[in-house]
Design a protein. Structure first.
Length: 262
């Protein structure tokens, strides 16, 4: 009898010490989302756990834990996703982490932000449907533009200094920007994307856009493209103070190279 009770007690203790899982439904990103949360307790933070080197690729896989609970993302058709190929905190408080699901789609795999606020965990989807003909070419996953500025699939701009997430206005609503990030203004608010025949420019803060057609001869010379843009084009502020890159009216104008960031 004593042996039976001891075995039962031991099983309860071991079960209580085991790590659990909890699934969270992902919701769409909202412009009002604020991930710059400071925890009231050291326990109210997230932890990135390296799990294994998966068979899908020669890369580490990560899991996200809140206290001793592993977070599972329930978001069809990516149900029960708990291992990630990318896991990166977007604030120093470790209350928000950007993740990309580890699956066979590689760079096309979905992104989420897992956040915790005063003990409450949420999962936010950074995935927008797209019908772009060149989606595979221009879906680059996570691009680190600087140490503190991240671009996700041409759809979201993240500043890790203050955990702000800015949706990038698309050129066409039904498709992600069919171009490659080219450069931004000196204040890093206007992003320019090199498309097939133009520089599509969008201000991440205001949503204002400007499409600058470029000569085919200029686009077809990638080795000299940046230098020619710096020489013949200038960032010009509009009435709202938003800067867009425009062709110089006077080709002899002297341009300050500091105007350009790329």
């Amino acid at each position: 009898m004593k042996i039976t009770l001891y075995a039962l007690l031991l099983s309860v203790v071991l079960f209580g010490c085991g790590k659990s899982e909890k699934a969270y439904k992902a919701r769409p990103f909202a412009a009002s989302d604020d991930f710059n949360v400071f925890p009231k307790s050291k326990k109210n933070v997230l932890t990135i756990i390296k799990t294994d080197s998966g068979a899908l690729a020669a890369a580490d896989r990560f899991a996200i834990q809140s206290k001793d609970t592993t977070i599972v993302i329930d978001d069809a058709p990516n149900a029960a996703a708990q291992k990630f190929i990318i896991a990166s905190f977007i604030n120093t408080q470790k209350t928000a982490v950007l993740v990309q699901v580890a699956n066979e789609t590689g760079k096309m795999a979905p992104f989420y932000i897992i956040s915790v606020n005063d003990g409450k965990t949420e999962v936010v989807s950074l995935n927008k449907p797209s019908k772009g003909a060149e989606d595979k070419k221009y879906t680059n996953g996570l691009e680190e533009l600087t140490r503190s500025n991240i671009l996700v699939n041409n759809d979201f701009f993240i500043t890790t200094i203050n955990s702000r997430v800015y949706p990038i206005k698309r050129q066409n609503q039904d498709e992600r920007i069919q171009g490659k990030f080219f450069m931004y203004s000196s204040d890093k608010t206007t992003l320019a994307f090199l498309t097939a025949n133009s520089l599509y420019q969008v201000n991440r803060a205001t949503g204002e856009t400007f499409n600058l057609p470029l000569p085919a001869a200029l686009i077809n010379e990638p080795e000299t493209l940046v230098g020619n843009i710096q020489r013949d084009y200038t960032w010009v502020a509009n009435a709202n103070g938003t800067s867009f890159l425009k062709k110089n009216a006077d080709d002899d104008r002297i341009v300050d190279i500091k105007e350009f960031k790329h």
